[in-house]
Design a protein around this ligand. Structure first.
Ligand SMILES: Cc1cc2nc3c(=O)[nH]c(=O)nc-3n(C[C@H](O)[C@H](O)[C@H](O)COP(=O)(O)OP(=O)(O)OC[C@H]3O[C@@H](n4cnc5c(N)ncnc54)[C@H](O)[C@@H]3O)c2cc1C
Length: 462
């Protein structure tokens, strides 16, 4: 009955129930979930609305899905249900360069929007390293960040209004320009648990007049971390301030030949953008700070091609981990910039204790660490060590006053850790919001909230 009703609403080509299709949609970049009852690929909001109504009638959960690049199990079905893949809803619905905004369907690939806007000297600022493949809808649902979010802000700073399909299959709009509750903010980062985003008005920014990129090398991660804090303390907010440790730099260079020196203890990739007249001043000030903090080398990338190569290496770092081991687990925690050296030391110790290789490639300016734990999943002992060491990194971040996710979200993976950073009352307030939008708890069940959470029933982990 479910299958036939979906086919009647969307056409046979948009409904998948063959076991091999269900399997393909039971994964994201983090893990595999249960097989869903069906996968649907709607083309417009009307079809999404029909899917939600059918799901409601049949008592099926609804699991929204963008490109499946999420790193916390957000898009995997944990409780069966209907996976709604938005990849066919990938059009720019309205493009208003004069007003610096566009309305897009959620399945549009992030980079495609900047490529469209680039012809008018505009771009879409949130740039997760997955931007060649991840979707605007997935980015909105996770409040995605990226290297350039240090100065431009995360996805939430660039979403103006959303079209939402609610739990009854009805359509409503949120709009930050109108008075009343800011429901747009409630939906950004809600990981598909409140409703389905079927269109988004997003902000476009003017491409900067001038961009400079400076790779700097340091003997160790401590001196590089101190330079990061000193740059910000000097009142300079570069557009990006990224760090790679020695293990990561060697893997990236082997994979991309991007131009990074392989004998450094740490590399900082510093980018600043703005008016050309201001650039020489920034360049000499940043050069002075990194030298004062022990940089071994410092240079300016001379051409666009050189800048592109450096960024391709940095953004492709996760793929380069294949040079170290067949598998990697990418952790995502956030600490204050001032405690970055302690956090990096702790990660080194944890790697040593568990006999694992951990490479660090991260958004240093935000204190957002991404230790990549390299392993071979055919070795069960290593798998256990990866899980335990990942948990230890989480605890370390919390102990340093940080948090359990910088940008990848909570999803299925980190929901139990929520009790370690929120009080019972905090979680109950969030659960209450969910109750309003999704009383049936049909949208993306088993995500964000720890097991057993209903309003005011959250028991903190001892
Ligand atoms: C190599 C690599 C690098 C990465 N780099 C970054 C990075 O720099 N910064 C960063 O933030 N993340 C990064 N990520 C993580 C991931 O790419 C982001 O979380 C991204 O936003 C997910 O987009 P997606 O289209 O793949 O969504 P999916 O993984 O398919 O889904 C993510 C979440 O969004 C929900 N969702 C999707 N579409 C909708 C919709 N239309 N309505 C409601 N909910 C929806 C899903 O249910 C799920 O909870 C990286 C991942 C990889 C593999």
């Amino acid at each position: 009955m479910l299958h036939q009703r979906l086919v009647d609403a969307l056409g046979a080509d948009a409904v998948k129930t063959a076991p091999e299709d269900l399997r393909a949609y039971s994964f994201d970049a983090y893990t595999q979930g249960r097989l869903p009852s069906a996968v649907v690929l709607p083309s417009n909001t009307r079809e999404v609305s029909a899917i939600v109504k059918i799901a409601r009638d049949c008592g099926e959960p609804v699991v929204p899905r963008g490109a499946g690049t999420g790193l916390c199990g957000g898009a995997v079905p944990v409780d069966g249900g209907i996976v709604v893949s938005f990849t066919r809803m990938n059009r720019v619905l309205a493009y208003e360069p004069a007003r610096r905004r566009a309305c897009v369907q959620p399945g549009l690939i992030n980079l495609d929007l900047s490529q469209t806007a680039g012809r008018d000297g505009l771009f879409y600022a949130p740039d997760p390293s997955s931007q060649r493949i991840s979707t605007i809808g997935g980015n909105i649902a996770t409040n995605a960040g990226g290297p350039h979010c240090l100065s431009y802000g995360t996805t939430m700073n660039h979403v103006l209004a959303l079209e939402i399909v609610d739990d009854c299959g009805e359509v409503f709009m949120t709009d930050i320009d109108r008075p009343g509750y800011d429901l747009t903010a409630a939906f950004v980062g809600s990981e598909g648990t409140l409703g389905l985003v079927t269109a988004a008005w997003v902000r476009l920014m003017r491409l900067p007049e001038s961009v400079r990129v400076w790779p700097a090398t340091f003997p160790d991660v401590e001196s590089a971390s101190d330079a990061v804090s000193a740059i910000i303390a000097a009142g300079i907010v570069p557009t990006a301030l990224e760090m790679m440790d020695a293990i990561a730099t060697r893997a990236v260079e082997a994979a991309f030949a991007a131009g990074y020196p392989t004998d450094a203890g740490a590399v900082l990739l510093i980018e600043h953008a703005g008016l050309e007249d201001d650039m020489n001043g920034y360049e000499s000030e940043i050069a002075r700070i990194v030298r004062d903090h022990g940089a071994n080398s410092w240079r300016a990338a001379r051409s666009q091609a050189e800048r592109d190569a450096l960024w391709a290496g940095r953004k492709g770092a996760a793929g380069a981990m294949g040079r170290i081991a067949p598998n990697y687990y990418l952790q995502d925690v956030c600490v204050r910039r001032s405690v970055l050296p302690q956090a990096l030391h702790a990660i080194e110790r944890i790697a040593h204790d568990y006999k694992l290789t951990m490479a660090n490639v991260f958004h240093a300016g935000d204190g957002n660490l991404h230790p990549m734990i390299c392993y071979d999943k055919r070795d069960i002992k290593q798998v256990t060590a990866v899980i335990e060491s990942g948990n230890e990194i989480l605890r370390m971040a919390i102990d340093l006053g940080g948090t359990v996710s910088g940008e990848h979200g909570i999803g299925f993976e980190k929901r139990e850790a929520m009790t370690q950073i929120y009080t019972t009352q905090d979680l109950a307030a969030m659960a209450n919001v969910r109750e309003v939008f999704d009383p049936r708890r049909a949208f993306n069940p088993e995500k964000i909230f720890p097991v057993g959470v209903r309003c005011a029933e959250v028991a903190p982990i001892a």
